[in-house]
Design a protein around this ligand. Structure first.
Ligand code: B12
Ligand code: SF4
Length: 500
């Protein structure tokens, strides 16, 4: 056994939306380190964008290794963070991991970060982080570096090496996330912004996705082969979260939960048999195999909401992005859920794919409007590294390698010949939200759900009410202030305002 080291694992501060739940990826890496006697700390920086404070916080733990999770959208922030850490603590080794290093081509990753960090790792990291620490403690002996799955490194001959990644086939062999290092009670709710604020924890039941949607880069991390945890392992974790951390709601964050009918049936039956008192939701749900019986069981076991990737309202785009779905089938699936349950459905739609026309975007908006879904989330198409569409667009020269060092997922920062212009997309984006939400049916549903105190809408409703009353009070304050200013002033007030 090698000497124990203190490791700070963190995600960087972000300028975009704030996370609400613990990051299980970091939790898994931490659990693996601890299972081998190391001393990890998990820091999530979602509450601040104060770089010097983050640097101070990290260094305050006196780490012997700093591990940073990098989403592509955070590449630029991470770059700055590294420079600041290096300035204050040039000798503490830094390792990067997560989606961005996994997705970006190794030479580009090396060019962007290679000279400033010690290790860059692709893919799932439970095994590789342990091997990396061994290599570090062994003075970066090339024989040890070669054994680190997913490591991108420069060998003595100056050749850039890109070790193959390792996907553990038996997920039950992986320790569950280090929940005590990211206590769900200290986070503020669910991934679903419109969901409850009960104590929530994310759980994964499987890794990997067999689909090949061309806008998605999921399989660069978890692969195409689906690996399930055993039902008992998942139920044990759920029970532990309820009993030890007061968790009341679970977000299943698999890539495509609900796809494997037998697994879903067994899991739901298990929740009921063990009488685990939770509500749950799932993101990335694929409804391909859904039946009325199964969805009723899903609801009975506590499911209150699901997010479904519907992407487009035209078959041409669905085919182009290889979604393995048609508009008609998507509608049929959604109808099965809506007719048989009260599960809230959140549809995800993407606007502005390459070659998509204005008319096609309008069709997607109308498609969303006509579906029996509760929430629609419209996203501007963003080319993520590691996705086939990204590669295609790079080949066409629509952006450069440096693209992700200066991008926000919410804004189009490149120009491409066959895409609707950014200003038109922006207009359609706003129109999509207006058309979907500003209808008597939707407004009434929110009001009824809000007053009925249905938990899934309670926090959002409360927020709207607070905003509304704040606006009202400001308006009445302004009205009073305006009326006051119209009143004839007393002589001394006249003087005071003239002196201002
Ligand atoms: C659940 C999920 C979410 C959740 C939770 C995110 C989170 N904090 O983990 C929510 C809904 C919040 C979310 C949000 C977003 N997501 Co998301 N998400 C996923 C999803 C479906 C599963 C992630 C997961 O839990 N996997 C299971 C765990 C075990 O894996 P993991 O977190 O990746 O961690 C492993 C490795 O990455 C690695 N690792 C992780 N951290 C570290 C750190 C170090 C130091 C090391 C060495 C290794 C390492 O080891 C871990 C254990 O094996 C993935 C798809 C996928 N399969 O990866 C997309 C995915 C990661 N998301 C993606 C995106 C784009 C986003 C958003 C930017 C979406 C947006 N708003 O536009 C945001 C950004 C969130 C952020 N933190 O910045 C992309 C990332 C693409 C990219 N190159 O950046 C993915 C790949 C999907 C896609 N579209 O292709 N997401
Ligand atoms: S969008 Fe969903 S179904 Fe398609 S590849 Fe990505 S995770 Fe799989």
């Amino acid at each position: 056994m090698n000497a124990s080291i203190k490791v700070v694992l963190l995600n960087p501060p972000t300028l975009e939306e704030k996370e609400r739940t613990p990051d299980i990826g970091l939790g898994y890496v931490a659990a693996s380190l601890r299972s081998h006697g190391h001393d990890p700390i998990v820091l999530q920086q979602e509450d601040q964008y104060d770089m010097p404070a983050v640097v101070e916080r990290v260094l305050g733990f006196e780490p012997e290794l700093i591990g940073i999770k990098v989403f592509s959208r955070d590449a630029n922030v991470v770059s700055k963070l590294i420079d600041m850490l290096r300035e204050k603590a040039p000798d503490i080794p830094i390792v990067l991991g997560g989606p961005h290093p996994s997705a970006v081509k190794p030479d580009i990753m090396w060019k962007q970060f290679g000279s400033r960090v010690n290790y860059i790792m692709k893919g799932e990291a439970e095994l590789s982080i342990l091997r990396m620490v061994e290599a570090m403690q062994g003075g970066d002996d090339p024989a040890l570096l070669e054994k680190v799955p997913g490591l991108i490194w420069m060998d003595d001959t100056g050749t850039l090496r890109d070790n193959p990644t390792y996907l553990e086939p038996d997920l039950d062999k992986i320790s569950i996330p280090a929940w005590d290092l990211m206590d769900p009670r200290t986070y503020n709710g669910s991934f679903f912004f419109w969901m409850n604020r009960d104590v929530t924890a994310p759980v994964i039941t499987s890794r990997g996705c067999p689909f090949l949607c061309t806008f998605c880069s999921q399989n660069i991390i978890t692969g195409k082969q689906v690996r399930h945890r055993s039902i008992d392992a998942v139920l044990d974790e759920m029970e532990m979260l309820v009993n030890d951390y007061g968790v009341r709601h679970i977000d299943i964050v698999d890539d495509h939960f609900l796809l494997h009918k037998n697994y879903v049936r067994d899991l739901c039956s298990g929740i009921l048999e063990r009488n685990i008192k939770i509500t749950w939701s799932c993101g990335g749900a694929r409804l391909d195999g859904i039946t009325a019986d199964l969805i009723k069981l899903v609801e009975k076991s506590g499911c209150v909401a699901m997010a479904v990737g519907l992407e487009s309202g035209t078959d041409r785009i669905l085919k182009m992005i290889k979604k393995a779905l048609t508009v008609e089938r998507a509608k049929k699936h959604i109808d099965i859920v809506a007719k048989n349950t009260n599960i809230k459905i959140m549809g995800f739609f993407v606007l502005g794919f390459p070659s998509e026309t204005e008319e096609e975007i309008e069709q997607t908006i109308e498609f969303a409007r006509n579906l029996p879904i509760d929430i629609a989330t419209f996203l501007n198409f963003t080319p993520f590294p590691g996705s086939p569409l990204f590669d295609e667009m790079m080949e066409k020269g629509w952006f450069t390698d440096e693209f992700w060092l200066d991008v926000k997922v919410t804004a189009r920062t490149y120009t491409a010949a066959n895409m609707v212009p950014p200003e038109v997309l922006d207009k359609l984006y706003r129109k999509a939200y207006r058309r979907f939400y500003l209808r008597p049916k939707k407004i009434a549903a929110f009001v009824i759900d809000g007053f009925a105190g249905r938990q899934s809408f309670r926090p959002w409703f409360r927020r709207i009410l607070i905003k509304f009353s704040w606006r009202l009070s400001r308006r009445s304050f302004k009205t009073v202030a305006a009326a006051e200013s119209q009143k004839p002033k007393k002589p001394q007030e006249e003087l005071a305002s003239a002196a201002r």
